[in-house]
Design a protein around this ligand. Structure first.
Ligand code: SF4
Ligand code: SF4
Length: 382
């Protein structure tokens, strides 16, 4: 039995999706853990309402085919997520509709309508010892994590592990960015969430992924595969290889490797299928600077290290002509670093924590990720 599977799927036709999903799941042990009467929660990626062809959300045909496989085993299936913004029936039903998920109900599943929230204590966590989450995830026996493969402004890549951030209610997500402004701690928070919810399966829809200004305003890019694993981190290690990224540029994967949840290279995994068959050499990534090693001692070391980190840190940059002054970024910014000046967003660099919520939720894609010049030079040398 393989630890990760990667299987060709050229399009979203029902037959191709069904065949690919069946093969990918069979290779990692199948669905025998699903018993009749079990309640299964499929945690999709619904970061925002977007048509399936925009490649923002998990594709509805993929979700429907998985539901059919689960209901054939006698399971009851509920599909859900918490996008950015308000977490209530009006918003979510709109998101389900725009994202093409309404047919889920015809396929035998239900769309989550429980919009209550709970608090969790997680003393074993590395950083997330206490948090709020969406209760629907408690009302299922097992969770299947069904992600989309995309670039991500803050974390570099959005795939299996990052998808569990959707367990946090949308309206409080910016608070978590503010609580964990440091990238390594934010990544550790995501790994804690994966450890808390422990999805039994992680599947990544990489038939058409997203490159460029992801995870919501990038460009769809055909990748042509489905990736599955019992471990979100092992699935992500394979996803990273397909996009030409290494773990040291992906803070979530780095943290998972440090915790021993995943090997440090894909070669150490037992994989069904060949990731290199799907490798895209010119994928337009948003990669992060590799960790910088600086030898020195005491306060001097800290000061220099912080200066270097500041110099290489990516930042949001407004394309003024694309900004329509809608104030979405101003309202969502956890650091209150955005003000409107003459009808356009203006960022206060001294308070910005580079969380990229503004880039993620700008409805016009006017906020981009800017790599500083120093970081670009270091990229070429490392
Ligand atoms: S969300 Fe985008 S379009 Fe709206 S004000 Fe901010 S930058 Fe401008
Ligand atoms: S300006 Fe954008 S990147 Fe900076 S803190 Fe606000 S939302 Fe985050």
């Amino acid at each position: 039995m393989a630890e990760v599977s990667i299987v060709r799927c050229n399009d979203y036709s029902e037959d191709n999706v069904r065949t690919a999903l069946a093969e990918a799941l069979e290779a990692i042990g199948g669905l025998d853990m699903i018993k009749p009467g079990m309640k299964v929660g499929i945690k999709v990626n619904l970061v925002t309402g977007a048509k399936p062809e925009k490649a923002v959300t998990t594709h509805p045909v993929m979700v429907c085919e998985l539901i059919k496989m689960l209901t054939e085993r006698g399971a009851e299936v509920v599909v859900g997520d918490s996008p950015g913004g308000l977490y209530n029936a009006a918003v979510l039903n709109g998101v389900y509709s725009v994202s093409g998920l309404k047919p889920v109900e015809k396929c035998g599943g239900k769309l989550n309508q429980d919009f209550s929230e709970k608090k969790a204590q997680f003393p074993e966590a590395k950083v997330l010892k206490e948090f709020e989450y969406t209760s629907w995830l408690d009302n299922v026996d097992v969770i299947i994590n069904f992600a989309k493969l995309k670039t991500h402004g803050m974390m570099g890549m959005s795939a299996a592990a990052k998808n569990m951030f959707g367990a946090i209610p949308g309206i409080v997500k910016p608070e978590y960015h503010f609580r964990f402004p440091d990238y390594d701690r934010f990544a550790a928070m995501i790994v804690d969430l994966d450890e808390y919810f422990k999805p039994v399966l992680s599947i990544v829809d990489a038939v058409v992924g997203m490159e460029g200004n992801g995870p919501t305003m990038g460009i769809p890019r055909e990748i042509g595969c489905v990736i599955a694993s019992a471990s979100p981190h092992k699935a992500d290690l394979v996803c990273a290889r397909v996009l030409g990224l290494t773990a040291d540029r992906l803070p979530i994967l780095t943290d998972a490797i440090e915790r021993g949840l995943c090997p440090d290279s894909m070669e150490k995994l037992d994989i069904y299928g060949d990731p290199l068959e799907f490798y895209i050499s010119d994928f337009n990534n948003i990669a992060h600077q590799k960790s910088i090693v600086f030898n020195g001692k005491g306060i001097f070391r800290t000061v220099i290290f912080n200066i270097i980190q500041w110099a290489v840190r990516s930042r949001p940059k407004l394309k003024k002509d694309e900004c329509v002054g809608c104030r979405v970024c101003e309202n969502i910014c956890p650091a209150k670093a955005i003000k409107m000046v003459k009808g356009k967003a203006k960022i206060d660099r001294s308070t910005c924590i580079s969380c990229f919520c503004c880039q993620e939720f700008c409805p016009k894609g006017a906020m981009k990720v800017k790599r500083p010049f120093v970081a670009k030079i270091l990229d070429k040398k490392t």
